[in-house]
Write a protein that binds this ligand. Structure first.
Ligand SMILES: [Zn+2]
Length: 202
């Protein structure tokens, strides 16, 4: 049971009792690292257990509803460039955590790409194809078909997959230890059927 103390009540407490309440607060208070505002993979919870009959899946529409309303609010608050940067940063965090939690990072490149293709399909994120890879520089070009974020969007002549740019950069960073700048050069929203990303080691 939770008890809430008003400031009036607090003022009436004797000092030993105040001390006791303060100690109790400290026991129950979670540190800043334990809040849901700081991402941890395990905080995604046990979806299967928690969702019961509704199960682990949901329509893509719901994912996009959250993503594009979030983008709308961030854009109004910070402008579109900053909002896109924030999306990219969030995508990077997601990609890095996803790679660490789901992928084997200690395999050769061919196996890593094959595993990544399979994981992106299993999680229904998209269909990955590696188009080009420069083994000297580490630079690459890849495509994602049926992309979760943008396939089927109205054509607005823009590349909208900023979250994916970060997501891919995060995955590449987790595997290679290198920092990548990933930019989308073709997108469904730009009139293409697949999203195409260039990744450059920086
Ligand atoms: Zn796209």
């Amino acid at each position: 049971m939770l008890y809430y103390l008003s400031t009036d009540t607090w003022g009436c407490l004797s000092s030993p009792l105040r001390k006791k309440v303060e100690i109790m607060e400290n026991v129950f208070k979670r540190s800043s690292e334990e809040t849901h505002n700081v991402f941890k993979w395990e905080n995604l919870g046990d979806v299967k257990e928690g969702r019961g009959d509704l199960g682990e899946d949901m329509p893509v529409l719901v994912y996009r509803l959250m993503q594009f309303t979030m983008l709308d609010i961030l854009t109004k608050q910070y402008g579109s460039d900053k909002a896109n940067d924030l999306f990219r940063d969030a995508g990077f965090l997601a990609g890095k955590e996803f790679a660490q939690a789901v992928l084997d990072l200690n395999v050769n490149l061919d196996n890593f790409v094959a595993n990544l293709q399979q994981a992106l399909e299993d999680y229904r994120i998209g269909i990955l194809r590696m188009e080009a890879f420069d083994s000297e520089t580490g630079n690459l070009t890849l495509t994602v078909g049926q992309d979760l974020d943008c396939s089927g969007l109205p054509i607005t002549n823009e590349t909208v997959c900023n979250y994916d740019e970060g997501f891919i950069a995060g995955i590449l960073n987790a595997y290679t230890g290198k920092n990548y700048e990933v930019r989308e050069v073709d997108c469904w929203a730009n009139g293409d059927r697949v999203c195409r990303f260039d990744g450059i080691v920086i």
